[in-house]
Design a protein around this ligand. Structure first.
Ligand code: 2AL
Length: 248
């Protein structure tokens, strides 16, 4: 199967890291295509960044539709544009936050999330409510690191995340921890060893869920609100979207 992993921010190094983490965990028959939007924020750290990035996610899904894609992963912890992306394809589309929450709930009754900044924690809290995981999650914690610190050799990012995971383990009464950023895709094993709790990281969780859905022959339902978008004109810089509305 061909799995397109879309890093919604435009930092090439992060896209590469996400792609490598996905390849390490993918089944032998899975080809990973890791991409990012041509334009947009270099990191996603708030509602504005997220709104802009969602347009780039749509473009990357449309590119994937020309590339025989069997499944998509949106590799940012706010799952930007997730439902909109689903309207554009019959393939499954999985967000890394949603994937991580589901996986965590299968191996623990309570988990905490450790994300980058408090400012983005609210996005995770909204998603927990929207997806129905509010009672499974004890606490959304932040290591207070900007997303791009995760790309810098020698930064204190890893140490800070581990510190916050220790606090979560000791104070939250939880069985597992969800790592809340696509840029943490390569840290699961190290942190898990240090903290001694199961760590769920969204990119790897989403790859395995995508493989499961494709293996079951399941794709995005085209009955109801996830049907292809209603035909209409788009104006201005989005004029090109006017012809996407026919069903593929
Ligand atoms: C993210 C993420 O996963 N990628 C990014 O640029 N921002 N979200 C986060 N909570 O740090």
């Amino acid at each position: 199967m061909r799995l397109r992993i879309i890093n919604p921010n435009t930092t090439v190094a992060m896209t590469h890291k996400i792609g490598e983490a996905a390849r390490r965990i993918a089944a032998p028959g899975t080809t990973i295509v890791a991409t990012q939007p041509a334009d947009g924020p270099v990191s996603i750290e708030g509602h504005f960044d997220e709104a802009i990035s969602a347009v780039g996610v749509m473009e990357e899904v449309l590119n994937g539709e020309k590339d025989a894609t069997d499944a998509y992963v949106i590799a940012c912890f706010g799952d930007p544009g997730l439902l909109a992306a689903r309207e554009l394809t019959r393939a499954p589309v999985i967000g890394i936050a949603e994937a991580a929450f589901h996986m965590a709930s299968l191996i623990s009754t309570r988990f905490s999330v450790v994300t980058t900044l408090s400012r983005t924690g609210i996005i995770a809290e909204h998603l927990l409510e929207q997806y129905g995981f509010r009672h499974h999650c004890r606490r959304v914690r932040a290591a207070e690191i900007p997303v791009l610190d995760l790309e810098e050799d020698g930064s204190s990012a890893l140490a800070r995340i581990i510190e916050e995971c220790h606090r979560a383990r000791d104070e939250d009464g939880i069985g597992a921890i969800v790592l809340g950023c696509g840029g943490m895709a390569d840290l699961t094993e190290t942190i898990s060893r240090e903290v001694g709790l199961p760590m769920i990281e969204g990119v790897t969780a989403a790859v395995k869920l995508a493989e499961a859905l494709v293996g079951l022959g399941l794709g995005t339902s085209k009955h109801g609100d996830l049907a292809f978008p209603r035909p209409k004109a788009f104006t201005g810089r989005f004029e090109g979207y006017s012809n996407l509305t026919r069903e593929r």
